[in-house]
Design a protein around this ligand. Structure first.
Ligand code: HGY
Ligand code: MN
Ligand code: MN
Length: 422
């Protein structure tokens, strides 16, 4: 594999153009503290997608979407029969998200393709810049719905009845979204209805402190830890807070506290490798003088070792059942992604590109999940990380410098040029 850089490819990546696009997008769904709130399938999401499509069409890329709303901008190759190289990330954000999580990888891929074209580099293979639908799972859980459906990991109607906090069903929100984008060419759904890509590369902020602490420009991502998401319902009985004796109550709130306390004990890890988070809770009837009859809470559990992910994850139900005093429970597993390892074809290409461009780099695993993990069974896949300030993410203070954003796009451009001519 050639390690020479096309002489003008790196120079064609424009730090200023990329930063300007990121800052324009940051105005869509902007929230105080320099953050964004751009839920999937929202008007803000659609506004950002239109801006992105406009930039792509202005340089000759063609837009298409599939039945999950995954958005593609295609750069044509010389071999019209060749499987494409895909590169991108997600455009949706957390409710209190930052200006870089996901969207950086989409804009870096656009910048890399634009640089290729401006550098006059033709590619045998097409390159498709992709914006995946609902990676975050912030509005509709779980995350990665678009990439899971594209990869055939789950049927496209799996999540139809999932509702957001306003009670809107996924199927209805998706239908409204596709109607609003009916002017965009519709394409088959991933490998369910079409051929597999040749390779997939995703640029992303690290969302952790390691690259910054090691003063390193590029993370050569080796893999992604496993993740399991659950939804727990504790069912009790509503009673009068003033008259009903505590001994007679079926108090869903008190039993939910017992369950979460017991789960904390199950998930205790003195080495601080395991990640266990309860961050979403709904209480019904949610009135201060009515005993709660239903509490629904989320579980986000992650670990790099699949044996731990399975053993502790499979113990969750028993621990909940044993912890309850007066209530019943329901447990739903919403997401189950085992630890993933990226392909040396892409990992080594990322390392070579960073080295040949004189960028400091290190191999690093990902603590966050990404759409890329669902591409692994389809084709050689990998990721490029850039540092983010203090490792902060899923927070308005999330920040990556223009220089690091450009370095990531330059490495991506070289990797895409190499893969698309393989
Ligand atoms: O939750 C995650 O790991 C990703 O940032 N959505
Ligand atoms: Mn992300
Ligand atoms: Mn995220």
């Amino acid at each position: 594999m050639s390690t020479t850089i096309a002489p003008n490819l790196v120079a064609a990546v424009s730090e200023a153009r990329q930063w300007d696009r990121l800052m324009q997008l940051a105005k869509i769904g902007a929230i105080p503290g320099d953050g964004v709130n751009r839920p999937c399938l929202s008007p803000e999401d659609r506004e950002a997608r239109r801006l992105f499509i406009g930039w792509g069409e202005a340089i000759g890329l063609t837009a298409s979407i599939d039945q999950l709303g995954n958005l593609f901008l295609r750069h044509e190759g010389t071999d019209l029969t060749a499987a494409p190289v895909l590169s991108g990330s997600h455009m949706d954000s957390q409710p209190k998200g930052g200006r870089f999580d996901g969207i950086y990888g989409v804009i870096a891929a656009l910048e890399a393709v634009q640089a290729l074209r401006e550098a006059g580099i033709t590619t045998k293979r097409p390159i498709e810049v992709v914006g995946w639908t609902n990676e975050e799972g912030g509005r509709f859980a779980p995350g990665c719905m678009g990439s899971m459906a594209y990869a055939g990991f789950a049927p496209p109607d799996t999540w139809d009845d999932i509702r957001d906090n306003a009670g809107i069903a996924w199927a209805d929100a998706l239908r409204e979204h596709l109607a609003a984008e009916a002017d965009i060419t519709r394409r088959p759904l991933g490998v369910v209805e079409g051929p597999a890509p040749f390779a997939y590369v995703e640029a992303h902020i690290e969302q952790g402190p390691i690259l910054e602490q090691r003063d390193t420009d590029i993370g050569v991502v080796t893999g992604i830890q496993g993740s399991r998401w659950f939804s727990v319902e504790i069912h009790g009985r509503s009673d009068h807070a003033g008259t009903c004796p505590v001994g007679m109550r079926q108090d869903a709130m008190q039993d939910a506290i017992r369950a979460i306390t017991a789960l904390n004990a199950l998930m205790h890890d003195p080495t601080d490798v395991l990640r266990f988070t309860v961050a979403r809770m709904e209480v019904f009837p949610n009135a201060s003088n009515s005993v709660a009859d239903l509490v629904r809470f989320s579980i986000d559990f992650r670990h790099p070792d699949n044996a731990v992910l399975q053993a502790r994850g499979n113990a969750i139900e028993g621990v909940i059942a044993a912890s309850l005093r007066h209530c019943s429970y329901k447990l739903f597993e919403r997401f189950h992604a085992v630890p993933a390892v990226f392909d040396p074809l892409v990992v080594d290409a990322v390392q070579r590109a960073a080295a040949s461009q004189g960028l400091s780099h290190m191999r690093i695993p990902s603590g966050a999940f990404h759409d890329s993990q669902f591409m692994i069974p389809l084709c050689p896949s990998g990721m490029i990380f850039i540092p983010c300030r203090g490792g902060v993410s899923h927070n308005p203070a999330e920040y990556a410098s223009p220089e690091h954003c450009a370095a990531g796009a330059r490495v991506l451009a070289q990797v895409l040029a190499e893969l698309a001519n393989t």
